[in-house]
Every structure is written in structure tokens, then in C-alpha cells.
Ligand binder design. Structure first.
Ligand SMILES: *Cc1c(COP(=O)(O)O)cnc(C)c1O
Length: 326
């Protein structure tokens, strides 16, 4: 059973054909970077479900966490204002940083930002969130904690629903995508797509490209989200672990770190397609998709019509301005 959700995003998002055709495929892009301006990106689809649960459970404060340039935190801050919720953002940083990109927007929204030292963020983030939640309770309020990227079972419903949106668009457009490709950052987007694919009979190849960590790590993450998801939903088939298709090799230097080739790819893509990818997520993943198609990656050997989901991240280009070469 689908849980309750609130409508926040601009949906359905457009599907457009790209000029590029790496490896000779037809490549399409779904513009989830256009789910809104303040809301832009994939996180708002997850927040439609997570924040509905926050309201249903009578919470008045939301606590969530992320990197300093977290798209998820920025979208959460914006949505909280619309819904009359207080927002506390726990952002990973060991130093005071200039307000730029998403962090500038967090500040504009008046979210309460607290820096979390990287040691705490790495080793005991969940406990830290609980401590902040207790503090909120002592002040007479009730907090709802959203984990990194809203990548839990409730958040993944956002992309279960997006998959069904794609099925409706296919019918309208008289087209059938054999492959859906998406960036994997914390795993919830990919998990939601896989679960919907399972519910609809595994008719598509759903491919994820991790931009931090590796395929083995995310295999575990996705299986775990799927298990909880299926238990909660009660009326869905379990996810076959062999349907989890992750392509390794494009995480580069790690989360939010880039090499010049990635920045160059983003520039080339912008000049070919008129679309901006972001350095942290979609730039790495699209580069990985191009390379995998050109090299005949086994997970893409039957791919002819591919839909890449542009999950957003535009504001992340601004703090990276000095990494582009002109
Ligand atoms: C968070 C994010 C992703 C990754 O989504 P997950 O569900 O965390 O795997 C991809 N692209 C952008 C722009 C994001 O902000």
C-alpha cells in the first residue's frame, strides 16, 4: 500500500531526446532537475512522502543532515517553510564556510544550520540526530528525523512513483525505454526505481552509477532499503537482488571531489546539449554512462533506448567555479 504524500514538485517532469548518442543508442533525459527552483532535483519527490509522514505524526520540527552543499538539505529547508515546519540542518564541516550554492540558499530560507565535525558525521551521525531530537523535545517540540538524502523506505516511494510516471509518459510518447539509468549517491532513488520495476514485472533494465563508494557497498544498501520497503508496503513482491545493476568505476576521487576530466565533461555536455549537469552527481554518472556505452559494458549490451534521469544539483556548480578550465 502506498503511504500518504503531499504534492510539492512540478510533475510530471519533461522527457527530452539528447543530441548525443554514445555507442549508437538513443539517449533521453528526464528533467528531474526541473522539479522546482527551490525544490530542484530528486529529493523533493522523496520529501513528498517523508514530510507527509512528519505531519501525520504531528511533528513540528524536521532534522536532517548532509554535506555542506547538500541538495537534499536545501530542498528540505524550502519545503519546511511551505509546510510550517521548523528545520534544523546538520551539515558536515570542520570549519566555518562561505555561504555559496545550496548553503547560501539554506541561509536564505533561515534554516537553523549546525556544523557537524567530520569525525562525528562519519562515526555517529544517527546518535547525533537523536541527541538533537531530544534537545528539541526538551523545548516542547516534536522532531522528525530524515536520514541522509531521505534514502530510506519512505523516501524511496518518491521514485517508485516516478517510475510509474515514466510508464505513463511512455504511453503518451509512444516509446518504450529498455533501460533507465540514474546516479547513485545514497541509494534511495535507485532503490525506488528498482522496486517499481519489480512490481511491474522487471520489464526494464534499471542501471545505477555510484558517485561515491562502490557497487558492492550499494548492493547492500539497496537490498536493505528494499527489504524494509516491501515489509511496510505488504502488497509488493520482494526485490530480486540479481536485478540490482550497478556500474563501478566512476566515483573518481570520492564524494563531492572531482578530477579535471569530470569538469571538462560537464562543459562539453553543456555546449552540446544546452543542459547543465552537476559535478557531485549527474556529471560523474552521465560521464560513466557515456564511457560504459562506448566501451560496451556488459550491463548495457542490449540497451537501445535509454532514459537517464537528471536528478538535479545545479547549485553545486557555483562553489566549484574555480575547478573549471577555460
Ligand atoms: C542526492 C542526489 C542524487 C542521488 O540520489 P540518492 O537517492 O541519494 O542516491 C543524485 N543527484 C543529485 C543531484 C542529488 O542531489
Amino acid at each position: 500500500m502506498k503511504p500518504a504524500h503531499i504534492s510539492l514538485a512540478n510533475l510530471p517532469t519533461k522527457i527530452e531526446k539528447l543530441a548525443s548518442s554514445p555507442g549508437g543508442v538513443e539517449l533521453y533525459i528526464k528533467r528531474d532537475d526541473q522539479t522546482g527552483s527551490e525544490y530542484a532535483g530528486n529529493k523533493i519527490r522523496k520529501l513528498e512522502f517523508a514530510l507527509a509522514e512528519a505531519l501525520d505524526t504531528k511533528c513540528d520540527t524536521v532534522i536532517t543532515c548532509g554535506g555542506i552543499q547538500s541538495n537534499h538539505c536545501r530542498a528540505t529547508a524550502a519545503a519546511c517553510i511551505r509546510l510550517g515546519l521548523q528545520c534544523i540542518l546538520l551539515l558536515k564541516s570542520d570549519e566555518d564556510l562561505p555561504k555559496d550554492g545550496n548553503y547560501l540558499m539554506d541561509a536564505l530560507f533561515g534554516a537553523e544550520v549546525r556544523y557537524v565535525p567530520s569525525e562525528v558525521y562519519k562515526n555517529r551521525l544517527a546518535e547525533h540526530c537523536e541527541e538533537v531530537s531530544k534537545e528539541v523535545a526538551q523545548e516542547g517540540h516534536k522532531a522528525y528525523i530524515i536520514p541522509i538524502g531521505a534514502s530510506n523506505a519512505i523516501g524511496s516511494w518518491g521514485y517508485f512513483q516516478a517510475f510509474e510516471e515514466i510508464l505513463r509518459q511512455e504511453e503518451k510518447m509512444q516509446i518504450e525505454f529498455d533501460t533507465i539509468a540514474v546516479t547513485v549517491g545514497s541509494g534511495g532513488t535507485y532503490a525506488g526505481l528498482c522496486l517499481a520495476n519489480a512490481a511491474h514485472g522487471y520489464k526494464k533494465n534499471v542501471v545505477g552509477i555510484p558517485i561515491a563508494n562502490d557497487a558492492e557497498y550499494f548492493q547492500g544498501v539497496v537490498e536493505k532499503i528494499a527489504e524494509t520497503f516491501v515489509t511496510m508496503a505488504q502488497d509488493l513482491p520482494p526485490l530480486d537482488p540479481s536485478a540490482i545493476h550497478l556500474i563501478d568505476g566512476f566515483a573518481g576521487r570520492g564524494y563531492a571531489l572531482n578530477v579535471p576530466e569530470e569538469m571538462r565533461f560537464i562543459q562539453d555536455f553543456a555546449r552540446t546539449e544546452g543542459i547543465i549537469l552537476d559535478p557531485v552527481y549527474t556529471g560523474k554518472a552521465m560521464r560513466g554512462l557515456f564511457a560504459s556505452l562506448n566501451d560496451g559494458h556488459p550491463l548495457l549490451k542490449n540497451a537501445k533506448k535509454i532514459l537517464f534521469i537528471h536528478t538535479g544539483g545545479l547549485y553545486g556548480v557555483f562553489p566549484k567555479r574555480d575547478e573549471f578550465e577555460w
